[in-house]
Design a protein around this ligand. Structure first.
Ligand code: APR
Length: 234
């Protein structure tokens, strides 16, 4: 039976692919107000602003490639049962070869009619479809004739995959946290569900708020820190 690794990633794992983080200096939220471009109130206030923001994210993603950290995370599957639980909306883990990826905050390449994906339909994905790196604009409608929206968990919305993510973390033998400032809940609290026997590692060049003395912090960028992590596993 292979040991289980849960890899919890944030924007920092994609930083070396040229995609911005959110809260570092010069990050996305230095240039855009998340409450305008990434919240449910912002969506109802100005759909075009939100659609344009994610059109820009998709265009950047079309030019980006997975980096060595994504590839090393994917390579863990050779010896372990690996689940990646990412806050990122990019598709770089999948493109690097990871086969079990849970997107807590949605996916930039996916859209759905704005009147779907709610408690009534059990947050099903039956209305969600992948548009790749194409634009979505006001007036673009789904098969049900309703305006399309990004398949992103906006600020102010539920995180439908949180239960699934907790179940994965509870069963993991090793938790690896890479490139997240651990500021946005409930995702930031996920590692607290680790079993007392699990080993927990963090890869981040900066200090991040950690409340467990057992956590080992590899204070490096993801591409370097992943090499150290793989050496530790040997
Ligand atoms: N390698 C590893 N970590 C890095 C690197 C790098 N090259 N560069 C930056 N980091 C770290 C930063 O030190 C920081 O801890 O990545 C983290 C980025 O933090 P944020 O920008 O806050 O990104 P994230 O934690 O993913 O944000 C969480 O906030 O706005 C919402 O939905 C959005 O999913 C996002 C969530």
């Amino acid at each position: 039976m292979k040991k289980r690794i849960a890899v919890l990633t944030g924007a920092g794992v994609s930083a070396e692919s040229g995609l911005g983080t959110y809260r570092d200096n010069g990050g996305l939220w230095d240039n855009y107000d998340p409450m305008e471009v990434a919240s449910i109130e912002g969506w109802y206030r100005n759909r075009k602003l939100v659609l344009d923001f994610y059109n820009m994210q998709r265009a950047k993603l079309a030019e980006a490639s997975p980096n060595e950290a994504h590839r090393l995370i994917a390579s863990l599957e050779n010896g372990y049962a690996v689940d990646v639980i990412t806050q990122n909306v990019d598709n770089l883990h999948e493109r690097a070869g990871s086969t079990h990826v849970v997107h807590l905050h949605g996916e930039a390449t996916k859209v759905r009619p704005e009147n779907t994906f709610n408690d009534e339909d059990g947050f099903s994905e039956k209305y969600v479809f992948d548009i790749g790196y194409e634009e979505v604009n006001p007036g673009d409608k789904g098969a049900n004739g309703v305006q399309l929206r990004p398949h992103i968990v906006f600020f102010g919305e539920a995180v439908p995959k949180m239960e699934q993510a907790i179940g994965i973390v509870e069963k993991a033998d090793i938790i690896l946290i890479v490139g997240t400032s651990l500021q946005v809940y409930p995702a930031a609290g996920l590692y607290r569900y680790a079993s007392p026997e699990a080993a927990i590692y963090v890869i981040d060049p900066a200090d991040v708020p950690l409340f467990e003395p057992r956590i080992r912090h590899i204070r490096k960028v993801a591409t370097e820190g992943m090499k150290d992590f793989i050496d530790i596993l040997k």
